[in-house]
Design a protein around this ligand. Structure first.
Ligand code: PRE
Length: 282
């Protein structure tokens, strides 16, 4: 005689399983907090001013994509981990996020909240320059500024020694339907060994900036350009992957522009795109 099929678990039993998992997740987060407590001493965070390690964060976010399976959207996993990591950065050394909302207040606020959560204080500014100045005046605050458009050459303020620098580009995990897709540069003062140098960002002043020159250098670099005070001049923020600045400089000159000054104003991790089928590529 065969046994009757096992009856499906009751709602109460399934909820007990969920409670057990929730307890484990909560206990693990508290245990993570204990490790952060020990890490503060090792990193000497208080001396440097900022606990933010963009290189480490970029690689952790990529690892999430690699590991992720199942019905929970990647958007949810990414946003949970952004809140976990940002909050643990904040508890090491409190900081604020200064956002330039002149590019669109709701998109910028979504980016700040998605990437840094609600515990980290958020301050709106009405220009990129004001957001960068606020970060410059602080020990470890961050400025968030559009990475693709500008009305002013705010990056000139990053040229001086000791000035804050571009340290990351958000989102870390790019994709067409990202819930906080606005391309944003993060500007701050961080420890030298925390910098990731895969993409260099240069502040460049040129004269003879024309549509032809822009076309000639487009395959070599991503460029944000604003008119300079000089006739047909421009202040450029040039992001370079792989090739050095000299290659871009040579291309600018060959296309007919003159390079009047150049300064390295930061660097960040290589941009990373998650294709729509879920598997990641660099
Ligand atoms: O790995 C570090 O250096 C940490 O401070 C830990 C941690 C994290 O919570 O995982 C927090 C902040 C950093 O930006 C990177 C990672």
């Amino acid at each position: 005689m065969s046994n009757p099929p096992p009856s499906p678990p009751s709602l109460a039993e399934l909820r007990k399983e969920i409670d057990a998992i929730d307890e484990q997740v909560h206990r693990l987060l508290m245990a993570r907090g204990d490790i952060i407590d020990r890490l503060i001493q090792v990193k000497k965070t208080q001396e440097v001013g900022s606990a933010f390690r963009p290189a480490r964060e970029a690689s952790m976010m990529r690892e999430l994509v690699r590991r992720h399976r199942g019905i929970l959207p990647l958007d949810t996993i990414e946003s949970i981990w952004r809140v976990i990591i940002s909050t643990f950065t904040y508890v090491q050394a409190p900081f604020a996020v200064h956002a330039d909302v002149s590019v669109g207040e709701s998109a910028m606020r979504d980016s700040a909240r998605f990437h840094f959560g609600f515990v980290v204080p958020y301050v709106s500014h009405f220009s990129a320059q004001a957001a960068v100045e606020a970060a410059a005046k602080s020990k470890g605050d961050l400025a968030l500024v559009s990475a693709i458009a500008s009305r002013t050459p705010w990056w000139n303020a990053l040229e001086a020694d000791g000035a804050p620098k571009i340290i990351a580009r958000l989102p870390f995990l790019e994709r067409a339907d990202h819930p906080a897709a606005l391309p944003v540069f993060v500007i701050s003062r961080v420890a030298d060994d925390a910098m990731v140098t895969e993409v260099q960002t240069w502040s460049v002043r040129v004269s003879g900036w024309t549509a032809d020159v822009a076309r000639a250098v487009a395959p070599l670099a991503e460029i944000v350009a604003v008119p300079d005070t000089a006739f047909d001049g421009a202040a450029l923020l040039v992001s370079i992957t792989g090739t050095g600045f000299e290659t871009v400089k040579t291309a600018l000159i060959k296309a007919g522009a003159s390079v009047r000054s150049s300064a390295l104003v930061g660097s960040h991790a290589t941009r990373y795109t998650v294709p729509s089928n879920g598997s990641a590529k660099g």
